[in-house]
Design a protein around this ligand. Structure first.
Ligand SMILES: [Zn+2]
Length: 283
């Protein structure tokens, strides 16, 4: 009896080790599997960091068809799972197959930016409370902390009044014309503020967009706090900015992701990727 119980335990242990992570079973053969998993992780991270509120959203361009992007149905960000993802067309921001689900009203932000920016693979729209104050004044968001050196000297601010027709109402980007106007204001930059509303951050991967969004949030807070001390603050100048290649995205991505894990999941993280299994050479 005890032997049988022992064999059962071994079987359970082997199965536990051999089992793929949750959700991976549905991903077999799907070229978008990695991007979908990163998208779910992005939601966990951005909710955990207080960047995504009840109405923010994240999307990723499809790896199998650049004319398609993936984003969840309209729902609370904290609850997003793989099954909630819908495919939408870049050309008109409409779902390929809504599966009877309510699509997000501000999906045009994503579709129009993917149309205008073939280099963009992921789009994040948040109502980050750290960033909104800077959208309300003539003071531009400028890079002030070293890790935000991917920002331009001035981040543009989108004014919805410039995109609304006579008689139109509202602050949200709920049609193609408003989305296209926002994409024009974003221009070639990684971020755009939206007056009284929030911001959009884009990246060449979900990881890059998430890390950029985290540092946009930090940068905005630091700039605002410095402005409380003095209107005369020192911002980063051109030689202090960096190219995307100069920024190790993986470390902050893993750090932010692991903050969302429990201890058991954190213990399974591959430490070798950070060189932690190597001995430091004598300097
Ligand atoms: Zn919004």
């Amino acid at each position: 009896m005890l032997q049988a119980f022992g064999r059962l335990l071994i079987c359970v242990a082997v199965l536990a080790v051999a089992s793929p992570p949750a959700g991976a079973q549905t991903a077999a053969g799907d070229p978008d599997a990695a991007r979908k998993h990163d998208l779910i992780a992005a939601y966990r991270i951005l909710v955990n960091e207080g960047i995504l509120d009840s109405f923010g959203h994240v999307s990723v361009r499809s790896a199998k068809d650049p004319g398609i992007f993936l984003m969840p149905r309209a729902m609370p960000p904290a609850l997003v799972s793989l099954d909630d993802l819908l495919e939408l067309r870049v050309s008109d921001s409409q779902p390929v197959d809504p599966r009877g689900r309510r699509v997000n009203g501000e999906r045009y932000i994503h579709g129009e930016i993917y149309q205008a920016r073939p280099d963009v693979v992921s789009v994040i729209h948040s109502h980050s409370q750290a960033v909104i104050p800077l959208s309300l004044t003539a003071i531009k968001m400028r890079p002030v902390v070293a890790q935000a050196g991917f920002l331009p000297p001035e981040t543009p601010t989108f004014e919805i009044r410039d995109a609304r027709n006579d008689g139109d109402r509202g602050m949200q980007v709920t049609n193609s014309a408003r989305g296209a106007a926002l994409a024009r204001t974003l221009s070639r930059y990684p971020a755009v503020l939206m007056r009284g509303h929030g911001n959009v951050v884009v990246g060449s991967s979900v990881k890059q967009a998430v890390v950029y969004a985290a540092y946009v949030d930090i940068n905005a807070r630091m700039q605002t706090q410095a402005l409380l001390l003095s209107r005369d603050i020192v911002t980063m100048n051109e030689p202090e900015l960096f190219t995307p290649q100069e920024f190790d995205i993986n470390r902050p991505w893993e750090h932010l992701k692991q903050k969302t894990l429990d201890d058991a999941a954190r213990a399974r993280v591959d430490r070798a990727q950070f060189g932690l299994d190597q001995t430091q050479a004598k300097q």
